[in-house]
Design a binder for this molecule. Structure first.
Ligand code: ATP
Ligand code: MG
Length: 207
């Protein structure tokens, strides 16, 4: 009782792999909204995105842990990874709300994801669970779609996507400096994002 409510950012994503666009967005929102913590929440399995398979959730979870480990305000939650079936943001927010009853949640999304959220059917319940913060992302237009309960924040432009990182690894192009060093090494160690024939041939340091 009487304790200050914690202000907690929630950064949901597939994180396949996590990259510096995610980390900069979280860091900027944390600074601007005076957050005590940002919880990164990798989505569960199975989740088909654009017809392609997503990496095993344990790989995505571990890369997220590696990428956030050095920041004392960043943490990673397994609520979506441990829940059966596809991830819906409403479930993520309900679970975090239950686990952190004394906190105020700030759900962080890039401009592309924000547009999708607005089209969901359970959108009204989302507003009761969290504030929404939309951040700019190169190539996507950011707007609050007329909602006054959505905050918009311009963050340094990071023209990085996980899709591009995966394509780079597949084509033997570097992902250094697009993703944290530990994530580059994790991708190489576990031979993620290679075509099946590459994995068999073996090319341990080729990230
Ligand atoms: P993919 O290409 O596989 O969709 P992604 O780069 O979009 O990957 P996600 O895991 O889908 O990454 O995104 C998680 C969240 O981070 C989303 O809200 C997304 O809009 C946001 N985000 C991703 N990349 C950036 C970026 N470069 N700048 C700002 N926000 C970003
Ligand atoms: Mg995406």
């Amino acid at each position: 009782m009487g304790a200050k409510r914690q202000r907690i950012g929630v950064m949901g994503g597939t994180f396949d792999p996590i990259h510096h666009g995610h980390l900069v967005a979280a860091s900027e929102v944390a600074a601007k909204f005076d957050l005590d913590e940002v919880v990164f929440v990798p989505t569960g399995q199975p989740w088909q995105k654009s017809g392609t398979n997503v990496s095993d959730s344990e790989h995505r979870y571990l890369m997220t842990v590696i990428a956030t480990a050095s920041n004392p305000r960043f943490t990673v939650s397994r609520v979506d990874v441990d829940r059966e079936g596809p991830t819906y943001t409403i479930d993520t927010l309900r679970d975090l709300h239950r686990l952190r009853p004394n906190s105020e949640l700030f759900f962080i999304t890039g401009a592309d994801a924000m547009a999708q959220i607005m089209s969901w059917k359970d959108v009204d319940e989302l507003w009761s669970l969290a504030h929404f913060v939309g951040v700019t992302r190169p190539g996507h237009e950011l707007n609050s779609m007329g909602r006054k309960d959505v905050s918009l924040l311009e963050v340094p432009a990071m023209a990085i996507s996980s899709t591009d990182c995966r394509a780079r690894v597949k084509n033997a192009l570097p992902v250094w400096y697009l993703v944290p060093d530990g994530v580059v090494q994790y991708i190489a160690k576990h031979r993620l994002y290679r075509s099946a024939s590459d994995s068999e041939k073996g090319n341990p340091e080729g990230a």
